[in-house]
Design a protein around this ligand. Structure first.
Ligand SMILES: [Zn+2]
Length: 235
């Protein structure tokens, strides 16, 4: 009986050691975005919009790489980082879906319907900012690198875009583009400061490979989270 008990105690303490080690390892692995949010009364609300989804794949590479999948993967990472920093981060979609209303037909109308739903969702939860993630592609040329766009009449949108783009160009190997105004429906029609982040080019083979890598997706998400933190800190 005593032997059995001793054995049991040894087992339990071994288990405890393993559990403590797991917790320690977990806390080393979890470094968050290192973004510092100086939140005053209430937490910031950030809407993260994974571009495209459902019927609309966005850009598609010949290798069956879909824009809608990469935007969702990076969006989830960004959501985790921001949530870890106490920000209320809401995704406009968390699966492969779209928001085209029943009965809407025609390419342009369907796109509008889908985007209007996302825009209204952000307004409904009184988001502080709207961050839409996309991936670029060009028919010709070897373009690469992330680009951030804002609505040209929004000074706050511009400030947000610049804060994010400044962090993105810090990623090793990233070319040094600047934030630009862009006449996009979603940044024009959101009530809060809004940006479109084009994470890179699917049409560039080296970048296409990187965009599918988990470590690179994490680097992008960390850079965007840091940009968002800088934007809020200066507000
Ligand atoms: Zn897109």
């Amino acid at each position: 009986m005593l032997n059995w008990l001793n054995k049991r105690i040894t087992e339990i303490s071994a288990l405890a050691v393993v559990m403590i080690m797991a917790v320690l390892l977990g806390s080393v692995a979890w470094q968050g975005s290192n973004a510092v949010f100086n939140q005053k009364a209430k937490p910031y609300v950030v809407v993260i919009d994974p571009g495209h989804g459902g019927y609309d794949p966005g850009a598609v590479a010949a290798q069956a790489v879909y824009e809608k999948e990469i935007t969702l993967q990076v969006s989830r990472r960004l959501q985790a980082l921001l949530s870890g920093d106490g920000v209320k981060a809401v995704l406009t979609r968390d699966e492969d879906e779209d928001y085209v209303s029943d009965g809407v037909s025609g390419r342009k109308n369907k796109k509008r319907s889908d985007l209007d739903y996302r825009i209204n969702m952000a307004a409904g939860i009184q988001a502080d900012i709207f961050v839409s993630l996309h991936v670029n592609a060009v028919a010709k040329g070897n373009n690469s690198g992330a680009e951030t766009f804002y609505y040209n009449l929004s000074a706050e949108g511009k400030r947000l875009a610049e804060a994010i783009q400044n962090e993105l160009i810090g990623i090793p190997g990233m070319n040094r583009r600047v934030a630009k105004p862009g006449d996009y429906y979603v940044v024009k029609n959101t009530k809060m400061p809004a940006v479109i982040v084009e994470l890179g080019y699917l049409s560039n083979s080296a970048e296409r490979n990187k965009l599918q890598r988990e470590d690179y997706q994490e680097e992008l998400a960390v850079a965007i989270a840091r940009g968002i933190a800088r934007y809020f800190d200066a507000r």
